[in-house]
Design a protein. Structure first.
Length: 162
């Protein structure tokens, strides 16, 4: 199995996992977050398959995962503030998602060092950036769900006065 086939398989597994997470998540914003990342992973999967055929050209997505997530959160601020309690399963899913993204990042960094040409290097570099953004999205979401008060203090640069 070559690097692009392994990448396609990893992306397929991510798609399946994040789809399941979206189905099981009670929070509507959480569902949209997972489905947005499913779209990213689907695009990565399709690109990995096309990269197997050396004649195909890779074109990065028009938006970044963080830009997509910002739009989702901006469009659903009220829903987010109406605190829907998270379950242990949702928090565990986010932990698994972070681990998957870290493994993907490590794999793509190694693939980048083995890339045969500039087109392949560009492809793996773009995947690394997207997967790093996915990791940060999951990490931030986990922090928000686990301890919203601290999350707001740190994210909004709150000052605690005594």
């Amino acid at each position: 199995m070559n690097t692009f086939e392994i990448a396609a398989k990893m992306e397929q597994e991510a798609i399946a996992f994040y789809r399941k997470c979206a189905e099981k998540t009670a929070n509507p914003v959480g569902k949209k977050m997972f489905l947005s990342i499913v779209e990213d992973e689907q695009y990565h999967f399709e690109c990995a398959l096309s990269m197997k055929e050396s004649a195909r050209q890779f074109t990065p997505s028009a938006t970044t995962p963080l830009e997509d997530m910002k739009k989702i959160f901006d469009d659903h601020k009220e829903e987010m503030l109406a605190k829907v309690p998270s379950t242990a399963d949702e928090l565990e899913a986010l932990k698994i998602a972070m681990k998957m993204e870290q493994e993907a990042i490590a794999f793509y960094k190694k693939a980048l060092t083995l890339a045969a040409n500039a087109k392949e290097k560009h492809f793996f570099d773009c995947l690394i950036k997207d997967e790093e953004e996915h990791f940060h999205i999951f990490q931030n979401t986990y922090s928000f769900l686990e301890d919203s008060g601290n999350w707001f203090m740190w994210e909004e640069k709150g000052i605690v006065e005594g």
